[in-house]
Every structure is written in structure tokens, then in C-alpha cells.
Design a protein around this ligand. Sequence first.
Ligand SMILES: [Zn+2]
Length: 240
Amino acid sequence: MKFYEAETDASTGYTGYLDAVHRWGLPGVQPCPTCRTGGGSPSLAYPCVDLSSLPEHELKKLSNPWPVPREEISRLAELVQPFAPPWALLKPGAQFGPLTGSGSGRFGMLFMQSSWSLYLRREALEQLRAAGVRGLHGCLIQVGFRGKNAPELLELQLELHGRIHPSCLPEGRKPPCPTCGNDRLKVPSPIVLDAASLPADVDVFRMAEAWTVILVTERFVDAVAGLGLDGVKFQELETR
Ligand SMILES: [Zn+2]
């Protein structure tokens, strides 16, 4: 099976734009006293996770990205965990719930606003499912569009799979930070995938070792091409 990175296809001339954020999120983390890294990564998104039954004062904390101590992140992650899939990584900056806000412009059948979020029109999702594509867990975005032809877009909630093959990482890497566990990994370009880390039962997923990268299988790419779905293109990655 071949694997590809999904990226926006600028050649299609679509103008779609979402001025929107997820309803909730874990805050960023205050800088680590040892390695000084902090903040958070909003690329870890779980749009199908509904936190609305949590107490109001906790939801307020889950709506403010301002950095908090590491212990508070752990506490909030524990609150979120029962609502999240068992495989979910709950790291600082992780996003939950539907995308909310406003949108404008023209959208293709598939849409990426960033390298780490993939949206599909409902009809595209249904066609891909019917074609046997696996791992299509979508959540309807709650975005207001002006005009009559508002697209019905779903954001995919993506499982985490796939590691970088050790041969394309620099030699003599420092061990992870002893205080916070940050592994100081710089994603190489191009990425070579570790074949043993790739899933056999999912056709679209987020890279476990590079959260800003969305990977798809040959089956996904073939189905998109066969159905004539547009808006996103695919770059094959080497696996080893
Ligand atoms: Zn650290």
C-alpha cells in the first residue's frame, strides 16, 4: 500500500475560507523550567468530542488558550478524557467540538484550510464511504455562510498513526527533556514513513509523530480520483 500526504490544491481556484474556531480546547502550557518549551498545538483536533455536559466554570477554562501550569493541563485533560476516544492524545492546545464561526467563498468537494484539518462536503463523504474508504469519522461544522449555496461541510476526526523512519532523523539527537518529555523532534523534509507504524484498517489519519501532517492511503487517493472529487491533492511519501 502506498501512502500520501494530503495538501490543498491551489490550482482549482476555490476561494473558500473559514473564520472559525473549535468550541473548546485545552489551554497552552507555561514554559518548561528545564527546556523552556511551552504553548500548545491546535493541530490536534477532535471535532466529534462533545464537552457540553461539563460544568460551566470548567468549560470557561476550556475556552481560554492562555497558558496554565502543567498540573492544570493534566487536571483538565482528565476531565475531557471520558468524552474523547480512547486513542486520543490530550496535549496542550488540543481542540474539541465543532468548528464555529463564519465562512465565505467557494469550496471544492474536499477542503483544507491548513495542512492539519480536512473537511469534506457531505456528498463527498457519503460517496467515499460507499467506495469503501475507511476511517471517515466526520462532524458537521457549525459555521454560518452568507448566501444561498452554503456548503454542508464536515470536519474529519482523525486517528493518530505513523512514525518517521529513524533513518531520516538526524544522528546524535538529544534524549527527551527529563522534566516535560519534549522530544525536540524536527519533522524532516521530505518525510520517510516507518512502514511498520502505518495502519492496515484506516485510509485517512493524522501522523502520530507530526500532528500537522494528514496522511491517506492509495485506496483513498484512488477513490477521490475515481469519483472526480476536487480541492485537495496528494503527494506520495516514501515508506521504509
Ligand atoms: Zn522540558
